[in-house]
Design a protein around this ligand. Structure first.
Ligand SMILES: Nc1ncnc2c1ncn2[C@@H]1O[C@H](COP(=O)(O)OP(=O)(O)OP(=O)(O)O)[C@@H](O)[C@H]1O
Length: 267
């Protein structure tokens, strides 16, 4: 079981302008989505978890150990973070070399790194392009390469910042499968999302950030059913929930499948 305990976390980039304003959370092995308006502090929060930024106050414990005593290199063995913009993390001239960078950096042997990199490329559906320059691929494919690089590191905790942005239906299906597989392997999967439909369909727990604080936290259905509070954070309910309500289906549907099931149920 992996877990992250966050207590009274505070962070500001500039004096007197706090961005994370006292966050308390206990994250466990559950597929967890973080949603929130632009600028609500989601990326800053995951950079704090990854040790790329250091808290001004509060505490982060990862699997029982304080993060403040660890270097970024030590944290990298436990927590993988896939950046929102793949071009922030891609710099090698072939896809395979790129995906091997992370595993090599955390001490895997070249043979292990190659094995993990090739397995990760198969997971993201890009094993056929391992000799190609990443910049000859489109943005959606480069996002998959960035994802493969982190998956290949095989960390027990993995964080994705906006993985579905710019992906089509097929790309989203691959990402859903990857998240399910990583969770089934016992990893803690945390994902920042703007796509409410994907968050509702794939994640067990949803945390809403608003102005640097946690506004809502709970099971996806419970969180998404609280329309008035979501409105305060300028967040939409998933399409399926809105359609379900418009059609008068009792309860709160999270997916299209639940709407169909409601119609198929004998009256
Ligand atoms: N490097 C930085 N220096 C100064 N301010 C920053 C920096 N990065 C982010 N901010 C500010 O901190 C606040 C939170 O930004 P953050 O990127 O964490 O939000 P977010 O919820 O991830 O937004 P988005 O959904 O747009 O990625 C914003 O006001 C942003 O302008």
């Amino acid at each position: 079981m992996n877990e992250i305990h966050i207590e009274k976390l505070q962070f500001a980039y500039a004096k007197d302008a706090p961005v994370i304003k006292g966050v308390d959370l206990h994250l466990q092995n559950q597929k967890t989505a973080i949603i929130g308006q632009n600028g609500s502090g989601k990326t800053t929060f995951v950079k704090l978890l990854k040790g790329l930024l250091r808290p001004d106050d509060g505490r982060i414990m990862v699997n029982g150990e304080g993060l403040s005593e660890k270097t970024v290199a030590q944290i990298a063995k436990t927590i993988g973070l896939v950046f929102q913009n793949p071009d922030d993390q891609i710099f090698k001239s072939t896809v395979l070399d790129e995906v091997m960078v992370g595993p090599l950096n955390i001490g895997q042997t070249p043979t292990e790194a190659k094995e993990h990199a090739q397995a990760a490329l198969t997971k993201v559906g890009l094993s056929a392009v391992e000799k190609i320059n990443p910049y000859d691929l489109n943005l959606a494919q480069r996002k998959m390469i960035a994802m493969a690089s982190i998956i290949a590191m095989d960390t027990p905790i993995i964080i994705f910042d906006e993985p579905t942005m710019g992906q089509d239906v097929a790309g989203k299906a691959i990402i859903e499968k990857i998240i399910e597989e990583l969770a089934a392997e016992g990893k803690l999967v945390l994902c920042i999302l703007h796509d409410m439909d994907f968050a509702a369909a794939v994640f067990e727990r949803v945390i809403v950030f608003n102005q640097g604080k946690v506004l809502l936290d709970g099971a996806a259905r419970t969180v998404f059913s609280q329309k008035e509070i979501l409105d305060q954070a300028y967040l939409d309910q998933p399409q399926a929930m809105k359609i379900g309500h418009a059609l008068g289906i009792p309860g709160d549907c999270l997916t299209e499948g639940e709407i169909i099931a409601a119609f198929e149920k004998p009256q």
